[in-house]
Ligand binder design. Structure first.
Ligand code: GDP
Ligand code: GDP
Length: 434
């Protein structure tokens, strides 16, 4: 599992700036789960060849009446979900009473904590850092988040704490890894129970912590599957429910770790913003996707028509995913989900030859040439496979950096159709020799 890092500190110390440094800056990844998580922001990043997740907790001023209640609220939640905490302080402001209060609270928790002294630019570090050492929280890491300075060496130390071990799995997941994700109450637990069915053979059932999902290996009609249970239906009762039943971290990790994501939405409510965010995350992670509109039972015909037209409008950007209208409660439509899951997995993991990919590219270029840039026509020469789940197609040529987005989409569409890549996002990567 990838490590999760929470950023905490007073407002204005540079948490958002550091968050943006650490995470891929594409908007979809930095989704704002408004209403679900108040001010928390979640993002995924990759540095030094390692993936990690960052939670920006928003501001704790430390000056509020009863900081306890504030800490017990959303920041506590973020800290609880995290493997490590980055506690940011501001070199220009120096040590404030609020910092000391936050430090006291962090000391009481047993999470690895790294004190980050941001805005060290334009100061004498020896002098600027000294007061923070007084907090007695170990080494202080100076950064200038606005210029990405110090961030790499900080992350080296942080990631060192989380050596890359193949999780403590005694038994490896087998078969297609399926994650059922969605907002609270859309029916995930109900569907998970349905998917496992009665004739399932649970091969193993790995208990996780409250934060980690549980992996359930099972068989269906002789095929192996691993279900990543984010809904927590099988969570042991004895574990204290300090973490909300719905956890974004858990959801994002499940998406990252799955082969196929079954995204559930509630048909009686239609597709809402948070559903779209989760789809965005799934596509960015490159995972195969099947959409299940649940609670289709008991809907008026007029409402069904309305939901379908809404879907068409809002989901135009993911025309590759199968959509099912199901009732997890009654079991209708659930069998067909497996067909889509299998198909999406096949597409996501299919192998293609260099010859075939190159021929398709050349045909497409002949049919519709790339534009001329600065007196030279952009050349696309050959293509080869670069990976699967998602399928990656690497295209070599000249000036490929100048390709208009519309042309990239044209190629993507062509490959999707020719290779019958239904149910999975695809990635085109361009390599230029000039
Ligand atoms: P947050 O409230 O903790 O999320 O803080 P922000 O990331 O919004 O930053 C607050 C302000 O500090 C912004 O104006 C940033 O541009 C500025 N800032 C952030 N990092 C640095 C830094 O390393 N050096 C300087 N000089 N300013 C910074
Ligand atoms: P989760 O929070 O996503 O795991 O959702 P649950 O599986 O706990 O379901 C939330 C509520 O929706 C429960 O009261 C379920 O009985 C109900 N529910 C789940 N699936 C369906 C369905 O297909 N139709 C209807 N009408 N209700 C459902």
């Amino acid at each position: 599992m990838i490590p999760v890092i929470a950023l905490v500190g007073r407002p204005n110390v540079g948490k958002s700036t550091l968050f943006n440094c650490l995470t891929r800056s594409r908007d979809a990844l930095v989704a704002d789960y408004a209403g679900l998580t108040r001010d928390r922001k979640y993002g995924e990043g990759e540095l030094l060849g390692r993936k990690f997740m960052v939670i920006d907790t928003g501001g704790i001023s430390g000056e509020e009446e009863g900081i306890d209640s504030v800490m017990a609220g959303q920041s506590l939640q973020a800290i609880e979900e995290a493997d490590a905490v980055m506690f940011l302080v501001d070199c220009k402001a120096g040590l404030t009473p609020a910092d000391e209060m936050i430090a006291n609270h962090l000391r009481m928790r047993s999470k690895p904590t790294f004190v980050v002294a941001n805005k060290v630019d334009g100061t004498n570090p020896d002098i600027a850092l000294a007061p923070f050492y007084e907090m007695g929280m170990g080494e202080i890491f100076p950064t200038t988040a606005t210029h990405r300075k110090g961030v790499r060496s900080l992350m080296e130390i942080v990631l060192e704490r989380f050596p890359e071990t193949e999780a403590e799995l005694e038994d490896k997941p087998r078969g297609i890894k399926i994650a059922v994700v969605g907002r609270p109450n859309v029916g995930k637990s109900t569907l998970v129970n349905r998917l496992l069915g009665e004739d399932r053979v649970v091969v193993f059932d790995l208990p996780g912590t409250t934060r980690d999902s549980i992996y359930i290996n099972y068989e269906r009609h002789g095929a192996n599957y691993t279900l990543i249970d984010t809904a927590g239906i099988r969570r042991r009762k004895s574990v204290k429910e300090t973490v909300e039943k719905f956890s974004i971290v858990k959801t994002l990790q499940a998406i990252e770790d799955a082969n196929v994501v079954v995204l559930m939405a509630d048909a009686s409510e239609g597709i809402v913003e948070q559903d779209l965010h989760l789809m965005g995350h799934t596509i960015d992670a490159g995972r195969a996707l099947v959409i299940a509109l649940n609670k289709w039972d008991g809907l008026e015909e007029s409402h069904k028509t309305y939901v379908k037209s809404e879907l068409e409008r809002r989901l135009r950007f993911i025309d590759f995913a199968d959509i099912h209208f199901i009732s997890a409660k009654h079991g209708t439509g659930v069998g067909h989900l497996y067909e889509s899951i299998e198909k999406a997995y096949q597409a996501a993991t299919e192998k293609f030859s260099t010859n075939f990919l190159t021929r398709l590219l050349q045909d497409a270029v002949r049919e519709h040439q790339p534009p001329i840039v600065r007196g030279h026509r952009i050349k696309l020469r050959y293509a080869h496979p670069g990976g699967h789940n998602p399928p990656i197609i690497v295209i070599h040529g000249n000036q490929t950096g100048e390709l208009p987005a519309a042309y990239v989409r044209y190629l993507e569409k062509m490959y999707r159709r020719a290779l019958e890549l239904h149910g999975t996002p695809i990635r085109l990567e361009f390599k230029s020799s000039e």
